[in-house]
Design a protein. Structure first.
Length: 595
């Protein structure tokens, strides 16, 4: 036996309900929670005005509210867009890396014109109420729907997009003596290369993380988005620690990953069942295996601390003598009762602009396949937690009809053992390192396509022709206090065993996948391998760098202007490592030049 790998997870808090809120039991527990700093969030985005057919890009920042440094508390953040009816248009779950994340949302033509609110938070932030949550205004204009009454001037009968008016809001250039932006010139031709530098004049005082974007300046006045400088003022008095007291309910921080919780009931009595083990698996080649145990109220919980890609989890109870119901817990919805929306209306002066911008969006979207984004691959999951598997590909051997026969004839170091009065189980031979190592008779952990198999005897007759590969790890494991000898992972050709899994005390639970991190397409007219000369280029967003980490004095960037003429804003917006907000705005003009 080389090592013992522990797969169970022990949590400090143990009175967790299906509402995802924890009740503070005593003063000692309250003191521990108060020592954990509160958080606050900020989002830089490409709004505030977004048209149908455009993307809303955003960069998520999560801060320690006590020192304004990037937070290392929560590992999951949330971004939500809601309409005036307080309905969610989207909710994105984000894996936070040292408090940072990024994402995007495509505004489709079925989303009506109107005033919207962009929200950002972590579960830990919710203990400070709605004032702790980041909010900003988003205006969506959808000229493809007939009903524009949500943002039209006058009566609801005025439905033509020719009736437009907006409030007047100030705008202008801003600079900083700490970190600034420099361009070679102020006017560029269409499709011309633009060289831009970010300059840090203050050494360590300018070190930080910033969002850099170059976008078409709004031709009509609209309330500006919440920049870092204004955000710092608005959230200066954000809570620094929780205000709850003993007996109050709180939202626990997702410190170790995404919180997964639920409850178990006895099917006959409908009463909660305490102290019963629950096995949670996320199937797939890179499967995840977790353990939880119910508390006195029948609730279980664990953290999903690896980046899964399968939107389905399986929760199971090994015991077969009784039937149980496993109920997935749900986080309480945000309280949006006090949310307010910005004032924005349209008048007829906006009609030509809306038409022109919409036509350009349509043309740009016709060629989206020539300008693809790419998803950044996550680090691979090690489902064996450090164990080195021995792999057997069945096509390399004589095929036998059943899985049981295959173990006997093909697979070394593994086979069925008699369970006596209990079902037979699979035993994997120990990999002895010393002559005096004690022999054990523990069963193996067995999975098919990442689905945990509680009763090994039931898969004896499984059709081996479906199996592509069997992997063995001969280490000793502990899962939820129970010892196992080795792990066997069976992979089928189709990878669809979950669809035929019929074990009684189990339930498949859908998961909401976190937003995938992307490398966004960057137009490159110097690229000789791609011919963009005949492809229209109507980008209104010329550069999007969600998080620029400044740790030196100078950084250089290059991008290309598009076929869109007019004034573009170069915006650097973010925070130094000391929490100081920095907002820099420059203007550059793009126009056609004579050949």
């Amino acid at each position: 036996m080389r090592k013992i790998l522990f797969l169970n997870l022990i949590l400090a808090c143990c009175c967790f309900g299906v509402s995802a809120q924890y009740v503070i039991k005593d003063g000692s527990e309250l003191l521990s929670l108060q020592q954990l700093p509160q958080e606050k969030a900020y989002v830089d985005h490409t709004g505030p005005l977004v048209f149908s057919g455009e993307y809303l890009f955003y960069a998520f920042y999560c801060f320690n509210a006590q020192n304004n440094n990037p937070s290392n508390i929560s590992r999951v953040g949330y971004v939500v867009l809601v309409n005036e009816e307080k309905e969610q248009i989207f909710e994105h779950k984000l894996n936070l890396d040292k408090g940072l994340a990024q994402g995007d949302f495509f505004v489709s033509t079925d989303i009506p014109s109107g005033r919207y609110k962009l929200l950002a938070y972590t579960q830990w932030m919710r203990n400070g109420g709605f004032d702790q949550i980041y909010t900003d205004d988003i205006i969506i204009i959808n000229p493809y729907l007939t009903d524009q009454s949500a943002i039209l001037t006058g009566s609801s009968e005025e439905t033509s997009t020719a009736n437009l008016r907006t409030e007047n809001f100030p705008s202008g250039q801003m600079d900083s003596a700490t970190v600034s932006v420099r361009l070679e010139k102020e006017i560029y031709g269409t499709r011309e290369k633009v060289r831009l530098s970010v300059n840090n004049y203050k050494g360590p005082s300018g070190y930080g993380i910033y969002t850099l974007k170059v976008k078409k300046k709004e031709e009509k006045p609209v309330k500006p988005y919440l920049n870092a400088t204004q955000y710092a003022k608005d959230f200066f008095n954000a809570d620094k620690q929780i205000k709850q007291r003993v007996g109050d309910s709180i939202f626990l921080p997702e410190q170790r990953g995404e919180l997964f919780f639920g409850s178990v009931q006895d099917n006959e009595t409908k009463l909660p069942v305490k102290d019963i083990p629950v096995i949670i698996s996320i199937p797939g080649k890179e499967f995840i295996l977790k353990f939880a145990q119910t508390d006195a109220q029948g609730n279980f919980y664990t953290y999903l601390n690896k980046k899964y890609t399968n939107p389905m989890a399986l929760a199971q109870i090994e015991e077969e003598n009784k039937l149980y119901s496993i109920i997935k817990g749900e986080v309480a919805n945000l309280d949006l009762s006090n949310i307010t929306f910005s004032k924005f209306t349209l008048s007829d002066s906006y009609a030509p602009y809306i038409k022109e911008r919409s036509v350009l969006n349509q043309l740009e979207n016709q060629f989206f396949t020539a300008k693809p984004d790419s998803i950044i691959a996550s680090d691979p999951i090690d489902p064996f937690d450090g164990g080195l598997p021995e792999e057997v590909f069945l096509d390399e051997f004589t095929r036998f009809p059943t899985f049981g026969e295959t173990l006997v004839e093909v697979v070394q170091f593994a086979g069925y053992r008699s369970g006596g009065k209990d079902p037979d189980y699979i035993k994997i031979s120990q990999d002895f390192e010393t002559y005096n190592e004690e022999l054990n008779s523990f069963p193996a952990i067995v999975l098919i396509d990442g689905v945990f198999i509680p009763n090994h005897e039931k898969i004896k007759s499984y059709d081996a022709r479906k199996i592509q590969k069997i992997s063995l790890v001969r280490d000793q494991f502990v899962l939820g206090g129970k010892q196992y000898q080795g792990m066997m992972s069976i992979e089928t050709f189709e990878g669809d065993y979950l669809e035929e899994h019929t074990y009684g005390n189990s339930v498949a639970i859908p998961l909401k996948l976190p937003v995938a991190k992307k490398n966004y397409f960057k137009q490159d007219y110097d690229n000789e391998t791609a011919d963009f000369s005949r492809i229209p280029d109507y980008r209104g967003l010329l550069l999007w760098e969600p998080h620029v980490k400044v740790e030196a004095s100078n950084y250089n960037f290059e991008f290309f202007a598009s076929d869109v003429e007019g004034v573009f804003e170069v915006i650097l917006n973010g925070f130094t490592t000391y929490g100081k907000p920095i907002t820099v705005v420059k203007e550059v003009t793009v126009m056609k030049t004579s050949q």
